[in-house]
Design a protein. Sequence first.
Length: 290
Amino acid sequence: MIKKINKRMVLGVQYDGSLWKGWQKQCHGKTIQNIIEDALKKFLLIPIKITCASRTDSGVHALEQIVHFDTVLKRSNISWIRGINNFLPYSIVIIWVYEISTLSLISLNIFKNNKETKNIFHARFSAISRKYCYLLYNHPIRLPLLYKKFGWVYSPLNLQRMRLGANYLIGINDFTSFRSSECQAKSPICNIYKFNIEKHGNFFILSLCANSFLHHMVRNIIGSLIIIGNSKKEPEWILELLKNKNRNKAGPTFMADGLYLVKIKYSSKWKLPQESIFKKWFKNISKNFF
């Protein structure tokens, strides 16, 4: 199927995921994709279908999700931002807009057949890597001010043990033990480029960067690392889990509360105005709480 597109609009989106049933569109309408598409329809008076870079689960937040849609309509960037935000709840906001112009005749199936297409931007298939961070509060008493924004573990965690366990996950691995039974990915193979764990007082920041992530993969990894941090398993247990390829052998899926989609990396040729200010968001959190 072929259609003519004048331009592809790319959006940077930030949201509080605690109020929504995840990203992906559902019939009940309480998802982030539903809400943004409804806002676009109200603003433009025509239905619009959007595509995102990384589908977040229920309760997961985003500092900068990337979305695209196709249109022939013309608006200034500020008009797009204000117009869409006017119809969005306070928990979801468009932080920037970028126009990629003159996409001539494009096959709607081109990305399904060739993910390496170089001349057409696609929020998902053009992504080089995705970065997630998990914010964890480790204290015997929970802190209500952090409710739904941080994960919480009451028993003491050992930073060095967790780092040793995390190191075994870096590289190309089969993450079957860390994918949910509902995962629709064709392959369980992912490449984790970086996995850093920092501790500031009673707070932990776990940062993962990979080419892609499986359904519940980050939360399942966190669940297993907490078991290691609690000294219930040795760091080398991670190697067993990777080898066994059995989800039932790994730790439980940890709460979504502290998980954030932080950054989607693209080639510089697209010149996306990704907001560097949001890279400092966690440092600002540090100043206020650590």
